[in-house]
Design a protein around this ligand. Structure first.
Ligand code: B4P
Length: 192
């Protein structure tokens, strides 16, 4: 079973993907995590990625699609969770083609619905907790950059909701609920 988790920055896509990895043995493909790894690789590509991410903008489709393509080659018996991918219509088209090439398809697209005001609070909290624990703070986890990330979401990613709704596979969960409640709503969709 292959699923997409879609929602604005800080909606909890990564949080819920981790729960699904643990409960269902699915493989999480987080383009955010892959790009953060590329940032620290010291390569030219990594430097370009770092500049774009730190501004809260989207990395080019070509780079992101290439990263996903490599991971799909490795396969997953329990299915893939696409976490933060696709984020543009071009990425959505590419994903459809890649899955077809691997003789598989999307089962469901799950939207995590969260109020904008709650999102920025979560991001600030994450940054404060990281600082208190002496861990690195994400450069894009500031209220200023967050505004740009949210704008990028509404401009480039939110149109995908219509795209998947038209294909008939879009479901919504209340992302304002507690993490465990959100996980229960997702489980109910996947087990239906
Ligand atoms: P991502 O890493 O995907 O980051 P995100 O959207 O901020 O996070 P997510 O929704 O996963 O939130 P999380 O669970 O962590 O992207 C970062 C950047 O990478 C992008 O801005 C872009 O530059 C680049 N990028 C990534 N993918 C790309 C693509 N496909 N194309 C182009 N560029 C791409 O949760 C956030 C916080 O909320 C956590 O602290 C968590 O504990 C808390 N939280 C979660 N659920 C909660 C709940 N139910 N209640 C209360 N708090 C909750």
């Amino acid at each position: 079973m292959n699923i997409i988790l879609i929602g604005p920055p800080g909606a909890g896509k990564g949080t819920q993907a981790q729960k699904l990895v643990q409960s269902r043995g699915m493989v999480q493909l987080s383009t955010g995590d892959m790009l953060r790894a590329a940032k620290t690789s010291g390569t030219e590509m990594g430097k370009r990625v770092a500049e774009v991410m730190d501004r809260g903008e989207l990395v080019t489709d070509e780079i992101v699609i290439g990263l996903i393509e490599e991971k799909l080659e490795e396969g997953s018996a329990g299915g893939f969770i696409f976490d933060g991918f696709p984020r543009t219509l071009a990425q959505a088209d590419a994903l459809g083609e890649l899955l077809a090439r691997h003789d598989t398809k999307l089962h469901t697209v799950i939207e995590l619905v969260v109020d904008d005001t709650a999102l920025v609070g979560r991001i600030v909290k994450r940054a404060e907790e990281a600082k208190a624990a002496g861990q690195p703070v994400r450069k894009d986890d500031t209220p200023e950059v967050f505004d740009d990330r949210l704008r990028a979401y509404y401009k480039q990613t939110a149109p995908l909701l219509g795209y998947y709704h038209a294909k008939g596979g879009l479901k919504r969960v209340d992302g304002m609920a507690s993490m465990d409640e959100v996980a229960a709503q997702i489980a109910a969709i996947l087990d239906a």
